[in-house]
Write a protein that binds this ligand. Structure first.
Ligand SMILES: [Zn+2]
Length: 191
């Protein structure tokens, strides 16, 4: 695993703080972005690494391509598989690529595109809520007391749901149960 050293500040500065849009077809790296669009999140096969906000940058260097990814959280068990999948995708197209893991800025579930959130819902996973902005921890507690964030059932749309386990099939999801249709489902926790 290659980590970006602090000395590479200029490299980091160029990274967007948020999800990355697919470049326009006239973009010089469009084809590579298109290839990488086939690389999906190992835990959520309906989302590409770009859609979930993991794919950060594609750079052409004299020695080959550099693909920058940011794991969904530090210590994500799927990280190695994502690195392998990216390298495999590039190799298949005959391209030499180095995968660089960048931990700063840290990934946020707010980076998941709205299109990707709709796909999550269709796949049966309740998408993460957008994190409240500019609130101190004290005020967040207060807000949650007044209006707890309702997780809507991806099966029937009811908000009559309850958390059954804070850690679901993976650490980034919680297990919920819908009290209307009685179906269990995963909730992608805001992070
Ligand atoms: Zn339901």
């Amino acid at each position: 695993m290659v980590k970006v050293a602090a000395a590479d500040a200029s490299f980091l500065e160029a990274l967007p703080d948020g999800s990355v849009e697919m470049p326009v077809p006239t973009h010089p790296h469009f084809e590579v972005w298109q290839y990488l669009e086939s690389v999906c999140d190992p835990e959520i096969p309906v989302l590409s690494l770009r859609e979930i906000g993991v794919l950060r940058a594609v750079r052409q260097q004299p020695q080959g391509w550099q693909i920058v990814i940011t794991p969904t959280y530090n210590g994500c068990p799927a990280l190695e598989q994502m690195q392998d999948d990216v390298r495999h995708c590039m190799t298949q197209k005959g391209l030499q690529a180095e995968v660089i893991t960048c931990l700063s800025p840290a990934w946020s579930s707010d980076w998941i595109t709205s299109q990707a959130k709709a796909k999550l819902l269709a796949y049966g996973i309740a998408p993460p809520h957008t994190k409240p902005a500019n609130l101190t921890p004290k005020r967040i507690r207060l807000v949650q007391k007044i209006a707890p964030m309702q997780v809507v059932c991806p099966q029937c749309g009811s908000d009559n749901t309850t958390e059954t386990s804070h850690f679901g099939s993976t650490a980034c999801k919680a297990m919920y149960k819908c009290l209307a249709c009685m179906e269990p489902f995963d909730y992608f926790k805001p992070y």
